[in-house]
Ligand binder design. Structure first.
Ligand code: FAD
Length: 485
């Protein structure tokens, strides 16, 4: 029996736990992460990263590893009676301050494997085939007992242990589940078909809209088939696909993954327990896969959470900052339940029998959630919104603003020629961006923030904005909020 101490103990090495561990480690926080599985996911589950996730991955320097592996896709189409009756992407095209105006179709396994490898490389590997027996809260944090008898003492504990969360149940955090009696089959495979294949998400309208085609990375594609019963096999699911695609046919050349899931919807009553235990990902929100928001919402939880723990632990910020995690993320989770719930019900029920068209209209209406770009942490104004990703130049090189942001710090962006005479604390980086080409300095032609000073949080949301001449007082507010509170 060993006793170990750490800043953060993470239970669950799905994508959310892995990302929490990775972001914490790069922020200088010590972690221990366990999982009951033998290794990261190899196939199946989530299939797409949205535009906001792509931006956040860039801030954490993970984008370059993942982007080349996926398939960009921004169009949702409806197929009825042998032809496309609509093909829409306007909600992506209209996004401002965003370079990757599309989903990146890429399996969850790629995300897990990359993070698992990165953690191993920095000597923070997942402890596998290990699970949890007990957690006790102490005056200074948590004492957890593993099933192998080892003890972990941690300042914080993150329950990233999925929809049946041990952590959530252990602390009796209410999680009331709605079951709309909708059951999907999902098939990932290399398919043989005479269908005119395009890299678009296609919803097939027949009697209802019970079949959707999701293009994927490499040679594989995915079909979702609404079965609404549990006792089906793959042949039953394939029959439904062929019915919806008639007169075209589909056959499986090579099966990669076949599964079923019943839609369940819930948001945990609390994401925090006594300021020491934190829930993230499926442990605190579950919903239908429609809109591809499960993985994306969980990853965004991790981005929202870890910089706050970094500020509290490494920079002396008041513990109350952690409460903003629940205040910011719980409304997002509730809105995701609403949007995925509306989407999934529209595949079954439609007043006019136009399920697939209704579906695409809901995608348009709910684009803020589905692209991730509409998520904001304030009612109005610039603060609490995502900072726009601008094209920035330096000498002969062009780059995106997001490639210059660092997850471990706030960034103070000064857009203009006025150079404020300020000294910043070690958790802040200054970036002066000139309005015209200037030797050896960053400059941009884009004028969203012209002559403004913008403080950007580590998770790339705006903390505050003011005219550039007010840099000093803006910085003073930041220090008061995060250090002298
Ligand atoms: C069949 C299926 C299909 C899906 N398809 C999609 C999709 O198309 N698009 C989409 O966005 N989302 C999809 N999802 C949802 C998506 O996979 C989840 O939202 C995402 O995996 C959440 O990540 P997570 O890390 O929070 O939880 P999980 O991925 O569930 O990871 C939890 C981890 O905790 C570990 N664990 C659990 N309990 C313990 C314990 N007591 N001790 C130690 N380890 C433990 C598990 O082994 C697991 O590795 C799908 C889910 C399922 C089940």
């Amino acid at each position: 029996m060993k006793t170990r101490e750490t800043d953060i103990f993470i239970i669950g090495a799905g994508p959310v736990g892995l990302l929490c561990a990775y972001l914490a480690e790069i922020s200088g926080l010590k972690t221990i992460i366990i999982d009951k599985s033998e290794g990261p996911l190899e196939v199946g589950r989530a299939d797409a990263l949205n535009a906001r996730t792509l931006q956040l991955l860039e801030v954490a320097n993970l984008f370059q590893d993942l982007y080349p592996l996926g398939l960009p896709c921004n169009t949702s189409s409806v197929w009825e009676k042998g032809k496309f009756i609509s093909r829409q992407s306007s909600w992506w095209n209209e996004l401002q301050g965003c370079f990757h105006k599309h989903f990146l179709m890429l399996g969850q396994a790629f995300v897990e494997q990359l993070l698992d490898k990165k953690l191993t490389a920095i000597d923070a590997a997942v402890i596998r085939k290990t699970t949890i027996e007990d957690i006790q809260l102490t005056a200074h944090g948590c004492t957890s007992t593993l099933t192998n008898g080892d003890i972990i003492k941690s300042t914080y504990l993150i329950g990233a242990d999925g929809s049946r969360s041990f952590v959530r149940n252990h602390f009796k955090i209410p999680f009331e589940i709605t079951r709309p009696q909708i059951i999907w089959a999902v098939i990932d495979a290399v398919f043989e078909t005479d269908f005119p294949k395009v890299p678009e998400i296609i919803v097939f309208q027949s009697e209802t809209s019970d079949v959707a085609w999701i293009p994927r990375e490499g040679e594989i594609d995915r079909f979702y088939i609404r079965m609404d019963r549990k006792d089906f096999d793959m042949e039953d699911a394939l029959k439904r696909i062929n019915l919806a695609m008639a007169p075209h046919y589909v056959k499986i050349k090579k099966l990669v993954w076949f599964s079923q899931f019943s839609v369940k919807e819930s948001v945990a009553e609390h994401f925090l327990f006594q300021d020491r235990v934190i829930l993230a990902g499926d442990a605190c929100h579950i919903h239908s896969v429609n809109g591809g928001q499960g993985l994306n919402t969980g990853l965004a939880d991790a981005f929202n959470l870890i910089w706050k723990l970094n500020m509290i632990k490494n920079h002396g910020t008041n513990q109350n900052l952690l409460r903003t995690y629940e205040n910011e993320r719980k409304p997002v989770a509730l809105s995701v339940i609403e949007s995925s719930g509306e989407l999934v019900r529209s595949t079954k029920y439609s007043d006019d029998g136009t399920h697939a068209k209704d579906y695409v209209k809901i995608v348009e209406k709910r684009a803020g959630n589905i692209t991730g770009m509409g998520i904001r942490y304030s009612e109005s104004g610039c603060a609490g919104t995502r900072v726009y990703d601008l094209t920035i130049h330096k000498e002969k090189k062009s780059m995106r603003l997001y490639s210059l942001l660092e997850y471990t710090k706030f960034t103070l962006l000064c857009f203009g020629d006025y150079v404020p005479a300020i000294t910043v604390p070690d958790f802040v980086t200054i970036l002066q961006v000139r309005p015209n080409e200037t030797q050896h300095e960053y400059w941009t032609k884009e004028d969203y923030y012209k002559n403004q000073i913008v403080i950007v949080r580590p998770d790339a949301y705006i903390e505050a904005v003011a005219p550039i001449g007010e840099a000093e007082s803006l910085l003073k507010n930041l220090v008061e909020t995060y250090v002298e509170n």
